[in-house]
Design a protein around this ligand. Structure first.
Ligand code: ADP
Ligand code: MG
Length: 694
C-alpha cells in the first residue's frame, strides 16, 4: 500500500521543509519574499542555499540545475555537481547563495529571434522563489527566469511573473473601489487539463514520422476509429492502469496534485487533470507533467505523444486552460457570489474579460499558435480558429438586461439592479456546457480550450493576465475619478456589453454557419500560425505591451521572429521526413509489390493451364497509376523544399501556401497506396496496429 500523504511532495523543497530546515527568522524572511514577490536579502541566501543543498543531498541529489523555459520549446537545464575542493584539497559538497540565486549560461544556442548575437551570448538565470525547488533523477531543480546580460527577457517565466503582478495591481484597485480593503493580493489561478496519446514503443520505433515529428505524416484510417464513441471514460486496460499508477506516484512525489485521469474520446488517448494552483506554479507543474508523462511512458514500454494531432481523422489533443482570479483571502473573483455588493463586482470582472477577449482576440489566438496546434484548431473536434466566449443562456440574459438598463427580469420580484439585488443563482451545471466553445465560462472560471497539448501554458496565461489587467486598469481609471460611483458603474457595464457582445456566442462553434456569422460580426479568423503570429507585433498590441512594460518593442519582435522561425523549421522538417519516407520506402515498396504481381502474372501466363489473370492485371494497373501519381507529388514537394525556404514572415506564407498543400497531396496518394497494397509490402505499422492494437 502506498502512503500517499507521506509520498506527496516528498521530493519538493516546499513550505513545510523550509519551515523545518531554516532558522525561524530566515524562514519568515523567505516566506515574506515569496508572498510579496520581493528580492531575496543577500544575508539569508547563503543559509537558504545550504539548507536546500543539505535537503537535496538527503534525497540523493549530487547535482543542481537552474531550470528555465526558453522562448521556444519547453524547458532547458544544465547540470552542475555540488562537488568542490576545500582548501586542503578534500572533496566537499558545496552550494552557495550566489549559485542558488543566479546562474550564468552561455545561451547563444537558444532561439532568441535575433535578440542576441553570439558575441554577446551570455545570459543569466535567476531563482524564482515563488515556485518550489525539487529533486528529480538525483538532480536539484531550481526554477528560474532567464535574461540576457543586457537585461532582455529571454524566457516565458519572467513575462509570466510580470503579468501576474499586473493583474494583481489592477484587480486590487477595483476591489478597493468596492470597499474591499482586506485583500492584499490577487492571484491568477490555473488548472490545465492535459490530453495525450500512448503508443506501443516497438511500433513507434518503426515510424520515422513519429520519431522525427511526433505525428504521423502518412496513415490510412483504420476500419474502425472513434465513431462508436466507445473509448471515452471506458474502464482501463491493465497495462494502461499500471502506467497511470506509476505516473501518479511520480507526480505526487513532485508535489503535483494529479487528480482526475480517464480515457479520452479517441482510441489510445487519455487525459490528466491536476488541482488548480497559481499560474506560475501551475505552468511549472504542467511542464513537469509533460516530462513525467514521457519518462513514465518509456518505463512502461509506451511512448507518450503530446503532439496536437498525431493521427489524422481522429481527435487531436488539447490542453484546457482553466483560468480564474483568487484573492489571498480565499475568494474566487469569478464566483457570482450571493451578496448584493458581490454581484456588481462579479459583473464588472466578467465585463473586463469580455472586453479583453474581444479587443485582443488576435493576441489570444497568437498565444497558442504553433505548427502542431494548427493541425488541430478548426478541425471538427477542436475549437475553431475563431475566438468567442460562451457564457450560457442565463448569464447572457442577465447581461442583455443590464445593457438595456432595464434592470428588470421576468417580474418585479426579480428586479435586478447592479449592486442592490442578488444575482439569480447561476447554475454550475455541467450539462449547460458548450463543448465547442474556445473560451467558456464554467461557473466560476474560464476554460480556454484552444491551447495545444504540447504547448507551454505560459504564453496564453501571460496574454490572459495582461489583457484582463488592461481592461481592469481602464475601468479603475474611470471609476476612481467619478463623483457618482453607482451610475458610472452602470454606464460602464452597459457600454461594455453593447460594444463587445459580438464576442459572445452560445451556439455550435463547429458549424459552418458560425464562420459566416463571425465574419459578419467582424471577428478574426486566423487559421494558421502564419496568419496569427504577426499579430504579436501589430501596433495595437505593441502599444499594450509597452504601456504595461511587459515587453520592449525589441523583445516582442524577437519573440515573434523566434516563433515564426520555429513554425517554418517544423514544416520544413516534416516535409523532408515525408520525402524520405516516400522516396526510400513507400515508392520502392510499391514497385516491389508491382514486381511481385507481374511475376505472378507471368507464371500464370506461361503455364499450360489457362488461368484467369484479370485480377492481377487490374491490381497492377491500379498500383502503376498510384505509383506515377506518387512520383509526381514527390517531385512537387521536392521542388518546394529545395532550396530550403527562408525563415521569415514570407517564409511562413510559403510554408502555408505551398509546402503544406504539397504535403497533403502526397499523403493522399500514399494513403491510397496503403489501402491497396498487400500487408506484407507496407513498410510501417498501420493506424489500426498503433491505435487499436490490431
Ligand atoms: P471539467 O468538467 O472540465 O473536468 P472541473 O471542475 O473538474 O471541470 O475542473 C477542470 C479543471 O479546472 C481542473 O484542473 C481544476 O483544478 C480546474 N479549476 C477548478 N477551479 C479552478 C479555478 N478557480 N481556477 C483555475 N482552475 C480551476
Ligand atoms: Mg474541461
Amino acid at each position: 500500500m502506498i502512503d500517499v500523504s507521506k509520498l506527496f511532495g516528498s521530493m519538493v523543497f516546499n513550505e513545510s521543509v523550509m519551515r523545518e530546515r531554516l532558522p525561524k527568522e530566515v524562514y519568515e524572511e523567505l516566506d515574506k519574499t515569496i508572498r510579496e514577490g520581493k528580492l531575496l536579502d543577500i544575508n539569508i541566501k547563503n543559509i537558504v542555499a545550504n539548507a536546500m543543498k543539505e535537503w537535496a543531498i538527503s534525497k540523493g541529489a549530487t547535482h543542481y540545475t537552474h531550470w528555465f523555459q526558453p522562448m521556444v520549446g519547453l524547458t532547458a537545464e544544465k547540470h552542475d555537481s555540488f562537488i568542490t575542493k576545500d582548501e586542503k584539497g578534500k572533496i566537499i559538497m558545496n552550494f552557495s547563495g550566489d549559485e542558488l540565486v543566479r546562474g550564468e549560461s552561455d545561451a547563444s544556442s537558444f532561439p532568441s529571434g535575433g535578440l542576441r548575437s553570439t558575441f554577446e551570448a551570455r545570459g543569466y538565470t535567476t531563482w524564482d522563489p515563488t515556485s518550489y525547488a525539487f529533486v528529480k533523477d538525483d538532480v536539484l531543480y531550481i526554477p528560474t527566469a532567464f535574461c540576457s546580460f543586457n537585461g532582455e527577457v529571454l524566457d516565458k517565466k519572467a513575462p509570466l511573473l510580470k503579468s501576474m503582478e499586473l493583474i494583481n495591481k489592477h484587480a486590487l484597485r477595483i476591489l478597493k473601489l468596492f470597499g474591499n480593503f482586506s485583500v492584499k493580493r490577487v492571484i491568477p489561478t490555473v488548472g490545465a487539463e492535459q490530453e495525450y496519446f500512448l503508443i506501443d514503443r516497438e511500433l513507434y520505433k518503426k515510424r520515422p514520422d513519429l520519431i522525427y515529428c511526433k505525428r504521423t505524416l502518412f496513415g490510412a484510417p483504420p476500419p474502425k476509429g472513434q465513431e462508436l464513441e466507445d473509448h471515452y471514460f471506458r474502464s482501463m486496460s491493465e497495462r494502461i492502469s499500471s502506467f497511470m499508477k506509476d505516473l501518479d506516484i511520480e507526480l505526487w512525489k513532485l508535489g503535483i496534485l494529479a487528480k482526475t485521469k480517464h480515457n479520452e474520446v479517441a482510441p489510445s488517448q487519455y487525459e490528466l487533470a491536476p488541482v488548480f494552483t497559481s499560474v506560475n506554479l501551475g505552468t511549472d507543474n504542467n511542464q513537469l507533467i509533460m516530462e513525467t508523462l514521457k519518462s513514465v511512458a518509456v518505463r512502461n514500454n509506451f511512448v507518450c505523444l503530446l503532439h496536437e494531432k498525431p493521427f489524422a481523422g481522429i481527435n487531436g489533443s488539447g490542453k484546457h486552460n482553466n483560468w480564474s482570479l483568487s484573492t489571498d483571502t480565499g475568494i474566487n473573483l469569478f464566483d457570482p457570489g450571493e451578496e448584493p455588493q458581490e454581484n456588481a463586482q462579479f459583473i464588472l470582472f466578467l465585463s473586463s474579460v469580455i472586453k479583453a477577449v474581444d479587443n485582443y482576440q488576435d493576441l489570444l489566438r497568437a498565444s497558442v499558435a504553433s505548427a502542431g496546434n494548427d493541425c488541430r484548431l478548426g478541425s471538427c473536434e477542436a475549437p475553431p480558429a475563431i475566438i468567442s466566449i460562451f457564457l450560457g443562456s442565463e448569464l447572457e440574459k442577465i447581461l442583455n438586461d443590464l445593457e438595456d438598463g432595464k434592470g428588470s427580469r421576468e417580474s418585479e420580484k426579480d428586479y435586478l439592479e447592479i449592486g442592490v439585488s442578488v444575482l439569480p443563482k447561476i447554475k454550475k451545471d455541467n450539462t449547460d456546457r458548450n463543448r465547442t466553445s474556445p473560451f467558456a465560462f464554467t461557473g466560476n472560471k474560464f476554460e480556454f480550450r484552444m491551447v495545444g497539448s504540447n504547448l507551454s501554458i505560459a504564453s496564453p496565461n501571460i496574454i490572459l493576465n495582461t489583457i484582463v489587467a488592461e481592461e481592469l486598469s481602464n475601468f479603475a481609471d474611470i471609476l476612481e475619478n467619478t463623483q457618482n460611483f453607482k451610475s458610472t458603474l452602470k454606464m460602464l457595464i452597459s457600454e461594455t456589453i453593447k460594444n463587445h457582445k459580438r464576442i459572445l456566442f452560445n451556439g455550435d462553434n463547429y458549424s459552418s454557419s458560425w464562420e459566416k456569422e463571425a465574419k459578419k460580426r467582424g471577428l478574426y479568423e486566423l487559421k494558421t500560425s502564419a496568419d496569427s503570429l504577426p499579430k504579436l507585433i501589430s501596433s495595437k498590441n505593441v502599444k499594450l505591451f509597452l504601456k504595461h512594460k511587459l515587453y520592449t518593442e525589441k523583445e516582442i519582435r524577437s519573440r515573434c521572429n523566434a516563433l515564426i522561425q520555429n513554425y517554418c523549421k517544423i514544416i520544413n522538417i516534416e516535409a523532408k521526413v515525408m520525402l524520405e519516407m516516400a522516396k526510400k520506402e513507400i515508392l520502392p515498396s510499391t514497385l516491389k509489390y508491382i514486381d511481385f504481381l507481374i511475376k505472378l502474372l507471368n507464371t500464370k501466363e506461361t503455364s499450360s493451364t489457362n488461368f484467369d489473370t484479370s485480377v492481377e492485371k487490374d491490381i497492377i494497373k491500379t498500383m502503376v497509376t498510384l505509383t506515377s501519381r506518387l512520383h509526381k507529388e514527390i517531385k512537387i514537394l521536392d521542388e518546394f523544399c529545395n532550396p530550403i525556404n527562408n525563415l521569415t514572415e514570407n517564409g511562413s506564407y510559403f510554408c502555408r501556401d505551398n509546402i503544406l498543400p504539397a504535403m497533403k497531396n502526397l499523403r493522399v496518394v500514399a494513403d491510397e497506396i496503403e489501402v491497396n497494397i498487400a500487408k506484407e509490402f507496407w513498410p510501417y505499422p498501420t493506424y489500426g496496429e498503433m491505435l487499436m492494437g490490431y
